[in-house]
Design a protein around this ligand. Sequence first.
Ligand SMILES: [Zn+2]
Length: 88
Amino acid sequence: MLKFIVIGVALFFLFKLFKGDTRKKDKFSDKDRDRLIASGEMVKDPICGTYVDKSADIRVKDETGVHCFCSFECRDKYLKRLAPGTEE
Ligand SMILES: [Zn+2]
């Protein structure tokens, strides 16, 4: 009988662990995201509107400030917008 209890408890912890894992894999919850945006930890990608970490590697500095991008694609689009003459 004790065996079944032990197995049950083990399964319960495995389930909790699994649930915790899937939650971690999720992107920020709306509440977390709002908090990070409010505290300035996340900034909006001006091209696609995605919120990216302030410390993101992909960034451009211009006269209006530093802009962070979710991808090099967005950065390139932004740069092309800054210098429309260079677009092919
Ligand atoms: Zn983007």
